[in-house]
Design a protein around this ligand. Structure first.
Ligand code: SF4
Ligand code: SF4
Length: 672
């Protein structure tokens, strides 16, 4: 066993070896030439946009490229991808090691190493072939509509499968004519099985001739494979890791800051021509493997709106291949406005494509061209004029607090927490109850807090998501100055959108605060025994996780802690929950867009909530509260379900008086 090894090029004449190496060099030359052509297309974009820290590159490559974190799922697609990927990686490494052992200064291809090498290559070779077969089966019989499909996919799968089969044929024929015997033969298990069954009775000379033919077929297929990578789906094996490493590091909830000096220099507020995207964004278009994961998660696609995040990427890629030009001639305005910026597509994409950045850049250009009209345009106008999208005088900001004795920054300048109420909870009659419940609970929990009152103004979140970056930056600068004037360090807010903007986007303007969503602070108060657990109605309850709390900012436990304190184990999760929640339809400024009832995301979400059998739907966002109240009202059976913010729930359930519970619940119902 110590002498166990195998020949390399044993049956291949020297002149054939020269032809082989020339063929491989030509094939790799074609590959490099075509990749360079892609790089030239990416270089048409704006310089920069790439992540520069190599530690981030390595971390991401390990997590997303090698460990394939986003591909793990209990699905046929995930299984076949794992088999194909692991098979391809191990066979490539194995072939490289063989080349090094044969042509390099070290001869290590023998003994125990050789035996383990042979077994490993056989195991992963089988995995690779099974992966190919499963991929063919899925494409032929189980293809979901979101999975991209081209004729070249069949060519690629056929090529990969043939590579696997001819590889084993070469192994078996070599073993046959070199007369490899057990126990060494056992380690090349597949080759030995073929040798002892299919090749039985074939003489050595015939086996040698057959080996030569199989070897050449295998070599030609390898050369074809390399030369055609850039024109088929396999390109993502190159572009995917490049994009995974190169995508700039930023919190998911922070959009790119438009630099005003840049605007003055270029006159551009967004992206109108493809070349106005960054080079990294253009590279990302080529990284798409058309897996359809983004489309499957998209609430706009699910409700029949004219938006598929996958189609946006593929259409822009098509435009890039045609030489670039006007993005709005390729991506319709309706497509861009349909996005709720829920980030589900971004969360799902295995190669970290930034769909929301692409859409946001094109929206900014539409706003620059004055292409927005109707209610959303009015909301922006009102943010500019009245500092809130509801068009109410900002002096009314404390109307919700009437009779509660809520401390303000003037009456309590030594506050620990600033309660940032947000526009919805300040002005929307239904959401005002959330502000009242939150303030009451903070008081009861002994929190030293204050509100800004009329000094608070819209964070600018809806303006930024809709695409009006100027308006957003104006509001951000004013608010950062206000917060500095009152020496604010800690902020608590019942609005996940304010929470996200204050925490992730205001640092772009020098605003650094410790920002908590009210669920986190309330959960802390419950944990510390500063808010009593209450009487339960015993009714089943479910939770709609707000996108900007759960998915974008990763907060999923605090809401459940608060619900746990307010109920007695009757909690039921929806299938899409936690970080994998589903949008309510209000984000991205969609709150102010008209929508036909059939296309309402909230209706779809209400059905999911109803299917749990819950009689109460809790949420933790004033916009979700409104959307889900509408969604329930428009869904059969939804009229019997109460929709409450977690603060309202906690306040109502911890009150021993059942009259108190009934009063708040009936208030909520009468609003719906
Ligand atoms: S952010 Fe949400 S709505 Fe927009 S494209 Fe992505 S998944 Fe669809
Ligand atoms: S953009 Fe990402 S998630 Fe969507 S199809 Fe392409 S690779 Fe898949």
């Amino acid at each position: 066993m110590n002498d166990a090894t195998r020949e390399v090029f044993g049956n291949i004449a020297p002149w054939m070896q020269v032809v082989f190496f020339v063929m491989m060099a030509a094939s790799i030359g074609v590959l490099v030439w075509q990749v360079v052509a892609h790089v030239r297309l990416w270089r048409k974009g704006q310089p920069g946009g790439f992540e520069r820290h190599w530690r981030v590159w390595i971390e991401r490559l390990v997590v997303y490229a090698l460990a394939q974190k986003r591909v793990h799922k209990k699905s046929l697609g995930a299984l076949l991808h794992l088999l194909l990927f692991s098979g391809f990686v191990v066979l490539t490494i194995g072939t490289t090691l063989l080349g090094i052992a044969h042509d390099g200064p070290y001869d290590f291809h023998h003994g125990l190493y050789y035996l383990i090498y042979e077994l490993t290559m056989d195991v992963f070779g089988v995995a690779f072939i099974v992966g190919c077969l499963l991929a063919m089966y899925r494409r032929a019989f189980r293809r979901k509509s979101s999975l991209g499909h081209n004729r070249s996919d069949w060519w690629l799968l056929g090529l990969l499968f043939s590579l696997g089969i001819t590889g084993f044929a070469v192994e078996a024929l070599r073993m046959h004519y070199t007369q490899v015997q057990p126990p060494v033969a056992y380690w090349s298990t597949v080759g030995w099985l073929i040798d002892t069954t299919l090749l039985r009775g074939i003489d050595v000379g015939t086996a040698q001739t057959m080996h030569l033919a199989a070897w050449w077929l295998h070599a030609i297929l390898v050369a074809l494979f390399f030369a055609t990578i850039p024109v088929n789906r396999f390109l993502h094996v190159i572009t995917g890791p490049l994009n995974i490493a190169g995508r700039p590091e930023r919190p998911m909830g922070a959009l790119v800051q438009l630099k005003m000096e840049e605007v003055e220099k270029t006159g551009r507020t967004g992206v109108a021509e493809l070349e106005e995207f960054t080079r990294q964004q253009l590279l990302s278009l080529d990284a798409c493997m058309e897996c359809g994961r983004c489309e499957d998660a998209c609430p706009a696609t699910a409700t029949g709106k004219p938006l598929s995040p996958k189609a946006v990427v593929i259409d822009l890629r098509g435009l890039m291949a045609r030489g670039g030009g006007d993005v709005h001639a390729t991506i319709r305005d309706e497509t861009l406005w349909a996005c709720t910026m829920c980030q589900a597509c971004v969360q799902e994409c295995p190669v970290l494509i930034g769909h929301v950045d692409l859409i946001s850049d094109m929206r900014r250009d539409l706003i620059g061209q004055g292409k927005l009209s109707g209610p959303p345009a009015k909301a922006l106008q009102q943010i500019g004029n009245q500092a809130n999208p509801y068009g109410r005088p900002n002096s009314d900001r404390l109307a919700w607090a009437k009779g509660l004795g809520v401390p303000t920054v003037k009456s309590n300048p030594a506050f620990e927490y600033l309660l940032w109420v947000g526009c919805a909870a300040s002005f929307d009659p239904r959401a005002q109850k959330v502000a009242r419940a939150t303030a009451q609970l903070l008081k009861e929990g002994g929190v030293n807090f204050a509100v800004l009152g009329p000094e608070e103004s819209c964070t600018g979140d809806p303006a930024r998501r809709i695409g009006d970056e100027f308006l957003f930056q104006q509001r951000a600068q004013i608010n950062v100055e206000t917060l500095a004037r009152h020496k604010v360090k800690k902020i608590v807010t019942p609005c996940p959108h304010c929470h996200n903007t204050l925490k992730n986007e205001y640092p772009q303007f020098g605003g650094q605060y410790e920002v908590q969503h009210h669920s986190t602070l309330l959960a802390g108060l419950v944990g510390a025994g500063r808010l009593s657990n209450g009487a339960s109605t015993g009714e089943p309850i479910t939770l709609h996780d707000p996108c900007y709390l759960a998915r974008v900012n990763g907060e999923v436990d605090a809401t459940r802690t608060v619900i746990g304190a307010a109920t007695d184990g009757q909690f039921r999760e929806m299938p899409r929950h936690g970080k994998k929640t589903f949008c309510c339809g209000a984000g991205g400024g969609r709150m102010w867009f008209d929508e036909s009832p059939a296309q309402r995301v909230s209706g779809l979400r209400a059905q999911e909530a109803l299917a749990t059998g819950a009689r109460t739907l809790a949420t933790a966002c004033p916009f979700c509260l409104n959307m889900m109240t509408d969604g329930m009202a428009g869904t059969q059976g939804g009229e019997n379900v109460k929709v409450l913010d977690i603060a309202e729930l906690l306040l109502s359930r911890r009150t021993p008086s059942s009259a108190g519970v009934r009063s708040l619940q009936s208030e909520a119902k009468s609003e719906s």
